[in-house]
Design a protein around this ligand. Sequence first.
Ligand code: CO
Length: 172
Amino acid sequence: MVKDIVVYPDKRLKTVSTEVTEFNETLHTLLDDMYETMVQKKGVGLAAIQVGVPKRVLIVNLPESDAEDVEIIKEDTLEIINPIFTNMEGSCKNQEGCLSVPGFYEDVERFSHIVMEYQDRHGEKKVIENQDFLAIALQHEMDHLNGKVFIEKLSILKRKKFEKEWKKRQKS
Ligand code: CO
């Protein structure tokens, strides 16, 4: 089922999500709902708190190309539960956006290389290593699990500009 997205500055986005301990039907339904929501809203990643569920769950599905009509395949979706970064190094800067801050895009600095340990929907332990766009997407979604939104990483000046524009937009 497609869920409503929690939009900034909703306070729920500040929640530090808690660990998943049961890998049951409830979790699987959450993951399936998150996938449907992400696809419908044309996002490439989503954290559970963005649909109002404060659990350490995130999904990412990066398209293989920039083409408009690129087919999104559910099997390509990374389902990540209880993630931990075990290594982060290097740095890079890329434009990011977020379904919780619709229509706003800005450059953000991130680590360029990550190693992450996590569990899949059945509780199996997995490791992922990446130094590409996926590394950035995982850092962005991990921030959500810790109650952070990417605009908090902007410089003070850019942040002020954002808040001004955002207020203006919410009024109209
Ligand atoms: Co986001």
